[in-house]
Design a protein around this ligand. Structure first.
Ligand code: IVH
Length: 689
């Protein structure tokens, strides 16, 4: 085998490494392991160290230049980096298509029949312009104001998807443009590191990418794992591609990264289909996209259409509904919930977010506001996640004006003025006044809600109307409502400055009173849930109603009996007990009874607590029982109020041992838990023990 010279080996290694980098970063289809790749780089580094005269700037080892720069140098772009006009609806997209077709009118003056477009995902990153000379990366520049940008070559060189040398690159100067971005996974990792280092986290991958590109130390930039997608070829020499499709293929052939989901579309309908398809699918990508860019495919047609001073007339950005937006936080107010929890929320300058205009955002609690240092008067970044109500990600500290002061939680209830109370181990302040009007209002809305008493037609505005007119003061008053009186109520609404007064009217009143009437017969779990007892959700209400069978038995249950119900823990038990201890609440139950509201469960109760001798006791079964199956043993234990668990702990009351018991027996012995053999267990469940 002929021995290769160091120069030959270096050239071969560089070629190999470039090809692997492209497979890995651009095609995302590596053909060797990371370790094998690292071995190639190490070998090249060693050879270059031994032969410094053979080091060239386009070597894959030379991505990170030595020292941080002093600052960025301003450079002018060969041609302005234009922005894109935006569209938010199908109509606007169709209007764009009409303009393009008219702009490309046939000699007869008729608009062009159908235009071929290319639809691409709009990457939410930073635009970048790369200049290659004879196929070698010479310069990277940020967009800046579109005419002048910053020279960021040292940072761009660290982005591994960007080739330092193009495959079969063209001679002479050539510029490509595209978007630099930070993959979501890298963003999350970066923010974790920042939090650990007590640095403020970045709000989103775009800001993180922007912050990274502005870093003057390329060594740090290299650690951030930025990526890029290229989509434009500027100043192509004559004989270059004639269409955008051919351009993208050319970029790929040179080894540049091109976002793979672009599609050639015949006419605007196919573009619309692409936009619809990606509105959801984009969530599965590892990078943020904020829309679709629609571009006329034919480059000669683009020249005919031209550009305004800001936008090309041949392209348009169709924006997906934004999931984050910036707006001003006008003031912080507090809301009193049905359990008395007083929660702060933000009143915002209205802003478009995820397809609707939002004006309110949750602020959770006092601690959360202090932690994020959110203040009235701040500009804030709001985000719509899975929840209905948007949340505030962070204040934009750089836009904070003088005189904007930290928020102070009120110490008295905004509705009734009672002092608020917060146990030491909790974050929520509460109004403890049982007749607080704000609590009553929320309580009524909850009582009527679908999962509770399901009184259709009794929503917030009608609850307000009945409370304001003095017709109701508690849940039981609902059942006294007379259709005639309700019909006579008037509602006033102010919309767009116009005040309209409307009578409730007889048909609506009759319907509502009928709904309230029907709710009297609801099953007990709905009523228990509707009472709004703290910690008692739908499931706990169901368990309690089924276990006790009637409101009276539930009311009489001790904390211990409540806890004996499977899946009811000490918190729920204590809250239920406390609720029934309150004389006003017991009065309410009496008034509901008088109003004819059903207070018993439609399904018979499980064994009453007094017939549950194993209440509160946990059993663990091990080994095989000879006279019953495991299921039968479990059923017997549960019928008597006990529970069966899969593992032994100090809280286990008995370990029941069958034949060939497993390690659970040893554990029981080690923990000193009492064991029962089969005979003793049978005696116990038959009540003979
Ligand atoms: S084409 C003159 N294509 O969006 C047309 N831009 O809002 C140049 N962007 O400044 C842009 N993805 O930074 C184009 N596939 C894509 C894009 C894209 C993201 C950015 C670009 C541009 C901004 C305009």
């Amino acid at each position: 085998m002929p021995r290769t010279s160091p120069a030959g080996r270096i050239a071969a290694l560089r070629e190999d490494i470039r090809a692997h980098e492209e497979r890995y970063y651009v095609q995302q289809d590596p053909s060797i392991s990371d370790a094998e790749f690292d071995a190639l780089v190490k070998e090249l580094e060693a050879l270059e160290a031994a032969h410094p005269d053979l080091v060239t700037p386009d070597s894959p080892t030379q991505r990170v230049a030595g020292r941080p720069a002093e600052g960025f140098v301003s450079v002018s772009h060969a041609s302005p980096m234009l922005s894109l006009d935006n569209a938010y609806s199908e109509e606007e997209l169709r209007a764009f298509d009409d303009r393009v077709r008219r702009g490309l009118a046939q000699p007869s003056g008729e608009p062009a029949e159908s235009v071929t477009y290319v639809a691409e995902l709009k990457i939410d990153g930073l635009s970048i312009a790369l200049t290659y000379e004879d196929g070698r990366l010479r310069r990277g520049a940020s967009r800046g104001d579109g005419v002048h940008g910053e020279e960021v070559t040292a940072n761009v060189r660290t982005i591994r998807v960007i080739p330092l040398r193009l495959r079969d690159g063209p001679p002479g100067l050539m510029e490509v443009r595209g978007e630099v971005y930070l993959p979501r996974a890298a963003f999350l990792r970066m923010n974790e590191e920042r939090e650990q280092a007590d640095d403020p986290p970045f709000a989103n991958p775009r800001n993180a990418a922007a912050g990274t590109m502005r870093n003057l130390d390329p060594r740090q930039v290299a650690r951030r794992r930025l990526r890029a997608w290229m989509y434009q070829l500027v100043a192509a020499s004559p004989g270059g591609p004639a269409t955008h499709e051919a351009t993208l293929e050319q970029l790929r052939a040179w080894g540049l990264p091109v976002e793979p989901h672009w599609r050639r579309c015949e006419g605007i309908d196919e573009v619309l289909a692409f936009c619809h398809e990606w509105a959801d699918k984009r969530r599965h990508l590892d990078y943020d996209t904020d829309g679709v860019v629609i571009k006329v495919d034919n480059l000669a047609a683009r020249d005919r259409l031209g550009a305004t001073s800001k936008f090309p007339r041949w392209a348009l950005a169709f924006k997906f509904p934004a999931e984050q937006a910036t707006t001003r936080l006008l003031r912080i107010e507090v809301n009193v919930g049905r359990t008395g929890a007083v929660t702060p929320f933000a009143v915002l300058d209205p802003v478009r977010l995820a397809g609707s205009t939002i004006q309110l955002a949750t602020l959770h609690n006092e601690q959360e506001i202090a932690r994020k240092d959110i203040r009235a008067g701040d500009y804030v970044l709001v985000e719509k996640g899975g929840e209905v109500i948007p949340k505030i990600v962070m204040p934009i500290l750089s836009r904070r004006e003088p005189g904007v002061v930290p928020w102070v939680m009120p110490r008295s209830c905004p509705a009734c003025g009672s002092p608020l109370h917060r146990p030491d181990d909790e974050v929520v302040w509460r109004c403890m006044n049982t007749s607080c009007p704000a609590k009553l209002r929320r309580g009524l809305i909850h009582y009527a809600s679908r999962a509770a008493m399901n009184i259709e037609g009794l929503g917030e505005s009608r609850v307000d109307l009945f409370l304001e007119s003095g017709l109701i003061r508690d849940f039981a008053d609902l059942y006294e409502l007379e259709a005639a009186r309700v019909a006579a109520l008037t509602t006033v609404s102010i919309r767009e400055g116009k005040t309209t007064e409307r009578r409730f009217g007889m048909p609506s009143a009759v319907k509502l009173v009928g709904e309230i009437e029907r709710s009297r017969q609801n099953d007990l779990p709905r009523l228990v849930y509707g009472l709004g007892i703290r910690h008692v959700g739908e499931r706990a209400a169901m368990l309690l109603a089924r276990a006790f069978g009637s409101m009276d038995r539930l009311c009489a249950a001790s904390e211990q009996e409540l806890q004996a119900v499977p899946d009811i823990g000490p918190t729920v038990a204590a809250a239920v007990r406390a609720w029934f201890e309150e004389p006003r609440n017991r009065e309410l139950i009496e008034r509901l009874r008088k109003a004819g509201v059903n207070l018993t469960s439609h399904t018979p109760a499980a064994a009453p607590p007094e017939a549950q001798p194993l209440a509160g006791q946990t059993f663990v079964l091990t080994g095989t029982l000879s006279t019953m199956t495991r299921e039968e043993a479990t059923e017997a234990i549960e019928r008597l109020g006990g529970r069966v668990s899969g593992s032994v702990s100090r809280k286990t009351r008995y370990v029941v041992t069958g034949e060939e018991p497993g390690s659970k027996l040893e554990k029981a012995r080690a923990l000193g838990v009492e064991t029962l053999d089969e005979a003793a267990f049978r005696q116990l469940i038959m009540g003979k023990r």
